[in-house]
Design a binder for this molecule. Sequence first.
Ligand code: ZN
Length: 574
Amino acid sequence: MDQQYVNSISQEERGAVKNKLKIITLSGTESVTKNLTVYEYGEDIILVDCGVGFPDSDLYGVDVVIPDFTYILENSHRIRGLFVTHGHEDHLGAIPFLLNQLDVPIYTSRLVQGFLKERLSDKNFKHLAEKTRFTLLEPGTGTIQAGVFKITAFGVNHSVPNAMGFAIETPEGTVLHMADYKIDWTPVLDKPIDLNSIAKYGQQGVLCLLSDCLNVLTEGYSKSESSLSNTFTDLFESNPGRQMFITTISSNISRMSQIMTSALKHGRKVVLSGRSIEQSVKVARALGVIKFHDDLFIEEKEAGRFPQGDVVYIIAGCYGQPGSSLGRLSRGEHKEIVLEKDPIVIFSADPNPPGVDVAVERVMSAFTLFGAEVVYSRIQDNLHVSGHGTKGDLMTIASVVKPKYFIPIGGTITRMRAYTNMLGELGVSKDRVFECLEGDTVEFSSGRARKSGRLQTVPVYIDTAGSGSTINPVVIKDRDQLSSDGVFVVVIPSKDGNLLKDNVEVVTRGFIYVKASQELMDRSRKFVTKTLEKMSDKPLEWPAKKKRLESEIQDFLFKETRSSPLVIVHALNV
Ligand SMILES: [Zn+2]
């Protein structure tokens, strides 16, 4: 826990804390992803969602970013449960990392449970699979009591089936938590959003609405997922006999279901390519969320034996991930699939997800160079509909719920402000909207709300491919320095505890081209020798000496080249 934050609560306030509801947007209000909200009343805490974020391209070797769990772990004895709204990575992906440190009961839908159990079967998390406690919470399963909180689920629409909102009854009033949602009257695998229940809560009085705000900048109402079914039919009809790849996000079960329906109609077998897609289809089929006969599917390794016009590949990697099935295929490095002449590659995914456009472009270019036709949203309409409500959807929900206060979530700082402005059009004054940065706390007492401090949080970097452990920010800084200015290594031979300052070796990579810079290398060596001479009369221990040398060499190299390579000094016993 942030010490400052704790200390800022006086003894008197500590007594009064029991009578206040606190909502902490611990993570997920500034960068769309890694969602995690904390609800607190007295001694009770519940958590809603616990997702991962995706690293910027300059975070070398970082696979995912997870929320800072410090506050949660320091209050672990007060946590009554984790409630999960839907099956997207940025809402559930960090749960295994939390479970590694905290045993917390999980309340969620059958589909999310299926995804999580599949995830916990991974070798890094197997020890958690048995002991994790799941309780079913879906629309119609009743109300869960967790400490003072009473939580009821209601259905919303999104790009993964069975997405939910939560009505959270607290002693201060009812809060509606509506993470990612849209209004879809003709969804593919779901029921339409339960506007009836939402309106009932509105009539009874809602203290605060936490609402998705991601697509507030898009005017009008969102399109229905089922509006895409003709798109797939057209694509199958106009490309008979052609090798066909369709990529989408692995959790978009509805989208994949539509592709499977079209494939069945047009006599193509479905090949699921990529672990994430295989896993989510496996879970959805096992739970009966999608119902197709085994006959429709063939294994990836069998697919090469079929005429390619008789199969369709649903393939992972729509965000251009280099290690994904699609990424490997684009570079001709796929072990099972061979590209035929004139294939068609269809991107049925968000055309502009933050931070991935360069990677997507790279994959598209590789396919284009090969001679494939690449089809995506910007050149063909109706390849993707968003799972997030646009301005019309968000206005409808705000008007039906008519809460006293609003907290936009799941967006960015810009989107939060746009949401506030949208509410302004509905006559909601700014003092009723709390735009919360990550760690911000809103406190509700006697029906009134105010911001009350911020927890200092730091993003936590995870290397899932390696050890699955966290990566210290110092390592990230080193990698950044290595990538921009390279490394400069100084080796000083040492005999019987004495440094042989006249035999210094220097080696460098990624800094300067050595063959063309012999003169600088010589001067560097001399500089090290001279610095060692200067230091020889000082009784410094080796670690201190090493640190000082590294810093002086760093300064020398910067003066010479205006670059700052990572400098490493090493004493070698000879
Ligand atoms: Zn989502």
